[in-house]
Design a binder for this molecule. Structure first.
Ligand code: CAO
Length: 428
């Protein structure tokens, strides 16, 4: 993936209102494509470089329709163009060098060392285009594991998420949210935008590295906070282990307890016996404690010393949530939400993917979009979750493998004869 202010004035057309364009190079699977998709949504011209006849492995993974690009691929590669290129062949490398010359940012998330093995070292890139920004996702930063390949769940484990997620007495747990892949892609996108801005001041490109372990740890910041609190005080009062169980010397898993200063829990709602998502997340926010007591019919708890203060309540969270749940079980999660909202009590229903898909407001804001694809037909995707008031995102379908090869080569100055011979050589 690349950005270029120069290209805007030369061969590549930029549809960004600012002076930066981009093309995507060498991202595959999820982390890199998440990053470049975001940049594409913000108007960057993203060129996805894929191996001829092979493409990003995710095109064929988890397929729901035979022979058609998977949802895995289509949902991570909107608004991009695709060129096929064998960068291990001499003439393929020459095309790549042309791209490096003309583009601004090269984004890659290959296994460690793969780019160097291709001969695309930082020195080589700099010699062709000193303004180039080289942005990489790797599993780990410099250290004992820097040469390791990493996938999502490995990052969740090494970044501290798995050891701090799960039932209090259960095994480490992986989150459904792709914090290792998509989370790292988000971090990388911010690094790229920052490097681009710095380049406007210095005139020089730089390397941007987002290691997956580091990104996950950044998202687990509160757990490192808790580790230090535990070492100092020996307890974590808002954790479900308190006050009955012993704490060890490391942050335990906290089930569904709220990580913040306001205790929270997942509570059953009407229909929980048959509906696996008939639950609500309920937060006992200090400011609304009197309102909570009134709603659940325990007005005496407003002044009862055992419950009146937040610190006193920490000793009785289990009976408090059990009593609130007695009330939530009499309501559906939506009824409970409606009543609790009237009193500004923070809560949220546990929404299934099916319910989210049906959410009209998410469709209206473009966070859920319907996209048409030439071989797949219509499918749903998550649109740009970041909203800019002057720059609304238009989500365009992902490219077919090599769909823009000729167009891009032509923009780079290759003639139809050149393109034909690259095709005969098996380079594109
Ligand atoms: N032309 C020629 N060769 C190409 C090419 C092209 N257009 N595109 C890729 N290749 C080659 C690479 O150069 C590499 O060759 P070498 O092994 O000879 O150096 C080879 O294809 C495979 O690349 P890879 O090692 O990155 O791919 P993999 O499937 O073995 O590993 C992954 C995948 C994700 C584990 C690894 O890329 C990785 O650790 N990436 C960094 C961390 C990351 O982003 N993980 C997130 C993955 S999403 O869960």
């Amino acid at each position: 993936f690349f950005f270029s202010s120069r290209r805007r004035h030369t061969r590549f057309k930029c549809d960004w209102s600012s002076d930066v364009c981009s093309s995507d190079l060498f991202t595959h699977v999820q982390s890199g494509p998440t990053c470049t998709q975001l940049l594409a949504w913000f108007g960057a011209d993203v060129i996805k470089v894929e191996r001829a006849n092979v493409g990003d492995a995710t095109r064929g993974q988890l397929r729901d329709i035979a022979g058609v690009d998977s949802l895995y691929f289509t949902m991570l590669n909107h608004n991009k163009r695709s060129i096929t290129l064998d960068t291990k062949k001499k003439s393929g490398r020459a095309v790549l060098d042309r791209l490096i010359k003309d583009c601004d940012v090269l984004v890659e998330n290959f296994a460690p060392g793969a780019l160097d093995r291709m001969g695309i070292t930082w020195e080589h890139i700099q010699s062709i285009n000193p303004r180039m920004i080289l942005a990489s996702v790797k599993g780990f930063g410099p250290g004992p594991y820097e040469d390791c390949k990493v996938y999502e769940n490995v990052a969740q484990c090494t970044g501290g998420a798995a050891s701090t997620t799960g039932d209090e007495d259960g095994i480490p747990m992986i989150s459904g949210a792709q914090i290792g892949d998509s989370g790292t892609g988000l971090h990388l996108a911010l690094g790229i935008v920052t490097a681009l801005y710095q380049r406007t001041l210095t005139g020089r490109g730089q390397k941007v590295l987002a290691p997956m372990q580091d990104a996950v740890l950044n998202l687990c910041r509160v757990k490192l906070r808790d580790q230090q609190r535990l070492e100092r005080t020996g307890v974590l009062q808002e954790y479900p282990q308190y006050p009955d169980a012993e704490f060890s010397d490391t942050v335990p898993r906290a089930g569904n307890a709220s990580g913040g200063g306001q205790p929270g829990s997942i509570l059953k709602c009407k229909g929980w016996e048959t509906d696996s998502n008939a639950y609500i997340y309920f937060i006992v926010q200090e400011a609304v404690w009197p309102a909570i007591c009134k709603v659940i019919g325990e007005e005496s708890w407003i002044t009862d010393e055992a419950f009146a203060s937040a610190s006193a309540r920490l000793l009785h969270l289990k009976p408090i949530f059990a009593r609130i749940e007695k009330w939530t079980k009499t309501k559906t999660k939506y009824e409970a939400m409606e009543i609790l909202n009237q009193f500004d009590i923070p809560c949220g229903p546990i929404l299934s993917m099916k319910e989210i898909v049906a959410d009209e407001s998410l469709r209206q804001t473009g966070t859920i979009v319907e996209v048409d694809h030439p071989t797949r037909g219509k499918y749903l995707s998550v649109g740009n979750p970041i909203k800019l008031s002057d720059s609304p995102t238009v989500v365009k379908r992902s490219p077919l493998l090599g769909e823009h090869t000729d167009e891009i080569l032509n923009q780079l100055g290759y003639t139809p004869q050149d393109i034909a011979s690259l095709r005969t050589e098996g380079v594109i």
